[in-house]
Design a protein around this ligand. Structure first.
Ligand code: ACO
Length: 334
């Protein structure tokens, strides 16, 4: 059974409740129909019910099992505004401003999660990553003991000899533009935990750089070496090594040559990029030129599961992301 089949099966078992703030968007409506038909999750769509009904009727999409909530008129607005003020009063949030923010479905969706009315959120088919993430960062925050949210991709290859039975995990490819050494260590530890929890793989983590074990001297190399040390100290049982170049991480002969004796070099299955530039460009290179399927970004480190779609996403990308989010909500520890 492949990873996505496993994730969907798990979601069906969990029956979590996911809010889709872009409720009047056609791919989102088509995905909702499929999700409900396959019982992958319970769905709340946000938006004006008349508009959503008109769009789904016009497109011939059946969403009869979905709950529709209008952020502009919902009876929970008072309760939600009070929750918002309580959470951000130290940042000067007033009740008037809270009501204004609640008109934005991306804020309304995360407050539904905070209120315990839904288990997770998927958005981003028509909104930029930053606009999806900001409300989540402000109100849902990170898991205890985690300071940084990051985004991983499961890269799935036809060639089963690559990585772990044809799968590599890449991070951070979506969130932190320029992590410091401490943040990079945290990204590595969270990604290892997610790889294990979601894909059931035993992580072997390579901390990538343009240098292997001191072959080049630069402050960017020092950052990755320091991050590796911090991560090793925080989780001595984890197989993690660096800094190392990509070929040393993946090719056994190169790994042995450049980093003899390393338990990770040449057989890494989790690749941690030194910054968002290399991570985002790296996953797209592998997706576009090597033909790998890129499943993600799966956001990790957040206190509740909230995931961001690419604006170029397909209907099946939305279905998969809802299934992944439902899995994260089920485990509550990613
Ligand atoms: N983890 C946790 N919290 C964070 C993080 C993070 N990685 N980054 C920011 N925050 C918090 C801050 O602590 C702050 O909280 P506070 O208001 O309670 O003090 C709040 O979020 C806002 O912080 P800012 O520094 O003002 O962050 P800003 O809103 O400017 O930007 C954002 C955050 C939007 C995530 C920014 O880092 C960003 O744009 N990242 C790149 C996203 C992107 O474009 N990715 C590529 C596309 S995705 C793809 O191709 C798959």
């Amino acid at each position: 059974m492949d990873l996505l089949e496993k994730i969907r099966g798990n979601a069906v078992r969990l029956q979590n409740h996911i809010v889709l703030p872009e409720g009047n968007e056609i791919r989102t409506l088509k995905a909702t129909e499929l999700i409900l038909k396959d019982k992958i999750a319970r769905i709340t769509l946000l938006g004006n019910p008349d508009d959503i009904k008109a769009t789904s009727d016009r497109e011939g999409i059946s969403i009869s099992g979905a709950r529709i909530v209008d952020p502009a008129t919902d009876q929970n607005r008072v309760k939600y505004a009070e929750i918002m003020v309580e959470l951000r009063k130290n940042k000067g949030l007033t009740i008037e401003k809270a009501y204004e923010l609640l008109n934005d479905p991306l804020y309304f969706g995360v407050i539904m999660i905070k209120a315990g009315d839904v288990d997770g959120e998927v958005a981003g088919a028509i909104n930029a990553t930053g606009d999806v993430l900001r409300p989540a960062f402000q109100f849902v925050k990170t898991l205890p003991g985690v300071s940084v949210v990051s985004g991983l991709f499961f890269m799935i290859f036809k060639d089963k000899n690559i990585g772990d039975n044809g799968m590599l995990v890449f991070a951070d490819c979506a969130v932190m533009p320029d992590p410091d050494a401490f943040q990079l260590a945290e990204i590595a530890l969270t990604t290892a935990a997610s790889a294990k929890a979601i894909a059931n793989i035993e992580p072997r983590v390579a901390m990538l750089s343009f240098s292997t074990k001191g072959s080049a001297q630069h402050e960017l190399v020092d950052k990755v070496a320091q991050a590796t040390k911090i991560a090793q100290e925080r989780n001595p049982d984890l197989l993690i090594d660096g800094e190392m170049q990509l070929d040393a991480a993946l090719v056994p002969e190169v790994g042995q040559l450049k980093s003899p004796g390393s338990k990770v070099a040449g057989r890494a299955n989790v690749l941690i990029f030194p910054g968002l530039e290399s991570g985002n460009i790296g996953y797209k290179l592998v997706q576009r030129l090597a033909g790998a399927e890129a499943v993600g970004p799966v956001l990790q480190g957040m206190a509740a599961p909230i995931n961001d779609l690419s604006r170029g996403c397909s209907v099946s990308d939305i279905v998969n992301m809802v299934a992944i989010t439902a899995n994260q909500a089920g485990t509550k520890s990613l």
